[in-house]
Design a protein around this ligand. Structure first.
Ligand SMILES: [Zn+2]
Length: 283
């Protein structure tokens, strides 16, 4: 947990899972990436879903929601994902209930970020996990996720977000928006066309939640992008631009999928790449 002036920031787990190492590192050959990460016997590497809880004293904000509690047995097995409702458990551990969340900010609508937006009630009906919360989504991301395009068929799951449409609790935004003083969105593109990072500035500190533009410390090198990116060139450009800004400001960089590190500070090396100079462990 980080105390930043009168705000508290902490990562809460939306559940651990595993992903194919080849997909995680795309064009990077295994002899290189396996020096940093050990794959299991199915060639999978560990992934966290580090969601961010921000408590301002007046409002509770949550960035991303993990994969939620609705995965089928088959999906859970394939992903080696946790059963139950890991995000709800993590929030309980820090004394926060589902009714306490005022704002849910979604970086994009992939299942491991938006899965925790909804859950099944006791009768098997879908309901919002955070019934009091306003949910922030880029309008462009919403349009793509709900378009039912055959070429993006396995990427988005309507049951995670379609309930928001008529709930009165969806706030779609366009571009870079200040959500409240000290919390703003930064559209990056790359991973998805309208993928957004979240920047938190309070007191003397700044935090950048880059989400899937740089999901782990392993992905810091410019070319080390994941195979999930729809536009790797855009990811590389956005990553370099924003990492440069983070290093220059001595800001914290938060990782959404790093199983060991929740946040780091970085500095540029003599090749213009970025290395970790300070670190906070993941929960
Ligand atoms: Zn994603």
């Amino acid at each position: 947990m980080m105390q930043v002036g009168d705000w508290q920031l902490q990562t809460v787990s939306g559940g651990r899972f595993k992903v194919d190492g080849g997909t995680m590192f795309s064009v990077v050959p295994k002899p290189l990436w396996s020096r940093k990460v050990t794959a299991d016997d199915l060639n999978r590497v560990d992934q966290a879903t580090n969601c961010l809880l921000i408590q301002t004293g007046e409002k509770n904000l949550l960035i991303d929601t993990g994969y939620g509690s609705k995965l089928s047995e088959k999906q859970r097995k394939f992903l080696d994902a946790e059963a139950g409702n890991p995000l709800s458990d993590s929030l309980s551990e820090v004394g926060v209930s589902r009714d306490d969340i005022d704002l849910v900010i979604l970086t994009h609508l992939h299942f491991d970020h938006a899965g925790g937006v909804t859950r099944y009630d006791a009768d098997g009906n879908l309901e919002l996990e955070f019934p009091q919360a306003e949910h922030i989504v880029q309008q462009g991301e919403w349009n793509v996720a709900t378009a039912d395009w055959p070429e993006l068929k396995n990427v988005y799951s309507a049951e995670n977000f379609e309930l928001l449409a008529d709930s009165g609790q969806l706030r779609s935004i366009e571009g870079d928006v200040e959500l409240l003083p000290g919390v703003r969105t930064l559209v990056t593109g790359g991973h998805t066309e309208f993928h957004q990072a979240i920047v938190i500035e309070h007191g003397q500190e700044a935090f950048y939640y880059l989400a899937d533009i740089c999901p782990t410390s392993w992905n810091l090198p410019t070319a080390w992008c994941t195979g999930f990116d729809l536009n790797q060139l855009e990811t590389r450009r956005a990553k370099r631009r924003i990492l440069t800004e983070i290093a220059e400001r001595n800001a914290w960089l938060l990782f959404d999928h790093d199983p060991e590190l929740a946040a780091v500070k970085i500095s540029a090396d003599d090749r213009g790449e970025f290395v970790v100079s300070d670190r906070l462990p993941a929960v």
